[in-house]
Design a protein. Sequence first.
Length: 294
Amino acid sequence: MRKTIIAASLATAAFAVPNLAAAQAAAPAAAAPASPHTFTGNIGLVSEYRFRGISQTFKKPAIQGGVDYSHESGLYAGNWDSNVNEGAGYPAGNLEMDFYGGWKKTWGDWGLDLGAIYYYYPGTDANRAAGTLFTNPKNGKVHTGAVHNTELYIAGSWKWLSLKYSNAISDYFSLPDTKNSSYLDLSGTYDLGNGWGIAGHVGSFKLKNWSTGARGTNGNYTDWKLGVTKDFSGWVVGASYIDTNAKGSCNLVGGATEFYCLANQLPNTGVGTGTAKFKDAGNGTVVLSLTKSF
C-alpha cells in the first residue's frame, strides 16, 4: 500500500511539473517601463522650397529631411536640412542646415513651446555677392563672411490652432544691422478623417532697420497658405497654394528690381545682362509634397 501511495505521489508530481511550466509560460511578461527618450526622423520631397512664403530654390524641387529627439520632461532638440539656391541670398552655398532646441508641454487642449533655432549655410561667402545684397541702404553697413541666422521663438497652441512669434537675435540672415527682425505665424491643421487633412497659415514678417534706398523700402510683407494632405500608410501627399504680397517685381523702369526679385546665381550683373536669370520669389504658386516620418 505504501509503495502504491509513493508511486502515485511521484506520478502526480511528474505531471505537476510540466503543468506549472505551462502556466508560467502562459503568464504575460511584465511590461518594460516606457523610455523617457523619443527619437524620430523625417524625409520629404517638395516641388519648391518656400520659407516664410519666399522661394529658396529658384522655384525648383528640394529634398529635405531631419532627425528629432524629445524627453518626457518636454525638452527637445533636432536638425533639419534642405537644398537651397545661392541666389536666394546664400552666395556659393547650396545647403541649409537648421539646428534647434527648446521645451514644449501640453495641458489638455493647450500647449506652450519655447526654443531657439540656428540657420546655417555651409560654404557661403558674402564677399562673393556683388552689388548691394549685403549692404544696408540705410547706413551703408556691409556684411562679409558666411550667411547665418539665430532666432528665439515662443509659440502657444489650442487644439488645432497655433500662434508663434520668432525674433532674430543676430542680423537677419546676415543682412547688416537687421537684428530683432521678427515673424508672426498663425497656423492651423485639421484632421478630416480617413487620412485627409487641411492646413492653413498666415504670416507677417518685419525686416528691422532696412527702410531706405534702392531695394530697401519693401522688406516687410505678409504671406499665406492653404493646403490639403492625404496619408497613405505613413506617406503623406500634400498640395498647397502659397502666396505673398512681398515686393518682387523684376521689371521696374531702368532695369531696377524690387527686394524679393531674386536671381538664380550670385554674383549677378542685373536684369537683362549677363547669364543670371531672375524671378519674383514671392508670387503665388502651388507646392506639391511627399513626406514620411519614422
